[in-house]
Write a protein that binds this ligand. Structure first.
Ligand code: MN
Length: 416
């Protein structure tokens, strides 16, 4: 298979630095979206991709192994260098081997395939909102605009080990593959991404147009896209994909979330305490254990059925440890979030986010003040207190509490 590539990364309209990175070293392609402060984010995404590249060039282990070692490299740096402590990164990579694409994935960057004009998402977001959608707590539409949509349940560099999704996709001449960060998918509707990928004459034009529309839509995050075009190796241009007799049916609308047959990849297994009873009713199978392997591209399975079954079995076996790791990862990210809310009838400072998922509190009380929450809520300005007032950091939370204290004092002074 002949591969042509286009790639671009852009700071966007709002951010002061670009924490995204990409890798284009044929036959290996990847994007990474770093987080954890300016410097932390840049270090995390570039260190992860450099590590993968070095291990790949030395041919050490599988791509998933290389990503695991990149996780360890980011984690070790984050532990030893205080200026980047708490950093992490997403990573979505594609390794091309003839007409097979091997994908590995952690986080909320994405891989998409365009075939015959239809767009298929190949990766599953490791985000809190995606988990909430799977749990039936929110709709896919609500997830798109949810205030906590950028909270990851898995990322590289936040723990000693990480669960890496992987899977293979068969590609055909005429296929187009997109790897991108959420600076694109968070700004541009899938329909528009699909249109551009369908219409752009070559891969570089495609990425340039994608970056442009993301910026035009606001560009609130860094934007990175890598597009691969697959063609016949020789000069057999006459063999059009549409002429191949055994054509898989891919002419379906793009699924916004896991389609039904992906029931084997949801994360609603045992380790989440007390899942709502309605949820278990909506599960399609008797099994409550689930796996988190990369959903294969929807067209015809690329591996024999027996092979697939075995793999699913293996994944099911490791589900529990995977879920524990996922939650630990989320908690580390949550630890950097702050808000002011109500605890035991008092105004309180919390670490985390004012939400819970299937019985999981995603926050913990840091300080319970002596201020009455009821009195504060009686003031128009603080009516939203029970829902939580999120702040950038601990200082911001302190400032909110101070303001509430002042407003309460002022309200208690007799009007004169
Ligand atoms: Mn991003």
């Amino acid at each position: 298979m002949n591969v042509r590539v286009g790639a671009a990364t852009d700071i966007g309209q709002v951010r002061e630095g670009n924490e995204d990175s990409y890798l284009v070293v044929a036959p290996l392609y990847a994007v990474a979206d770093g987080m954890g402060g300016h410097r932390g984010g840049e270090v995390a995404s570039s260190l992860a991709l450099e590590t993968v590249q070095q291990l790949f060039e030395r041919q050490e282990g599988s791509l998933a192994d290389q990503v695991s070692r990149a996780n360890r490299a980011v984690y070790d740096r984050s532990q030893s260098d205080r200026s980047v402590s708490g950093m992490g990164t997403t990573l979505t990579a594609a390794l091309i081997d003839e007409n097979k694409v091997h994908l590995v994935h952690v986080g909320d960057s994405r891989a998409y395939l365009v075939r015959d004009g239809a767009l298929t998402q190949l990766t599953e977001d490791h985000t809190l909102v995606h988990r909430m959608v799977l749990e039936g707590e929110i709709t896919p539409e609500e997830a798109e605009t949810h205030p906590h949509r950028s909270i990851l349940t898995r990322a590289l560099g936040v723990d000693e080990s990480v669960q890496v999704d992987e899977g293979d996709v068969q590609v055909e001449s005429g296929d187009r593959l997109l790897l991108c960060t959420d600076g694109l998918t968070g700004m541009v509707p899938e329909g528009q991404i699909q249109e551009i990928l369908r219409d752009a004459a070559d891969p570089q034009e495609a990425v340039d147009r994608l970056v442009k529309v993301a910026n035009r839509a606001g560009g609130i995050d860094n934007i990175t896209a890598v597009v691969l075009d697959f063609g016949e190796a020789g000069d057999k241009g006459a063999t059009k994909a549409s002429a191949i007799p055994h054509q898989p049916t891919v002419e379906q609308p793009v699924p916004k979330v896991a389609p039904p047959e992906r029931s084997d990849i949801t994360i609603v297994g045992a380790p989440i305490p007390e899942p709502p009873p309605e949820d278990s009713a909506s599960r399609s199978g008797p099994s409550s254990t689930t796996t988190s392997s990369l959903p294969a591209v929807r067209p015809a399975p690329t591996t024999p059925r027996s092979h697939r079954g075995r793999r699913v079995g293996i994944w099911a076996g490791v589900t529990i440890s995977v879920l524990v790791l996922g939650v630990v990862g989320a908690r580390l990210f949550l630890d950097t979030q702050w808000y002011v809310g109500v605890s035991n009838g008092r105004v309180a400072i919390f670490r985390g986010i004012p939400a819970e998922v299937a019985g999981f509190d995603l926050h913990s009380v840091v300080i319970e003040t002596s201020l009455s929450a009821a009195k504060a809520e009686a003031l128009v300005a603080w009516r939203g207190l029970p829902e939580g007032i999120t702040t950038d950091d601990r200082d911001g939370a302190n400032a909110v509490v101070e303001q509430i204290r002042k407003d309460l004092e002022r309200a208690q002074q007799p009007a004169s």
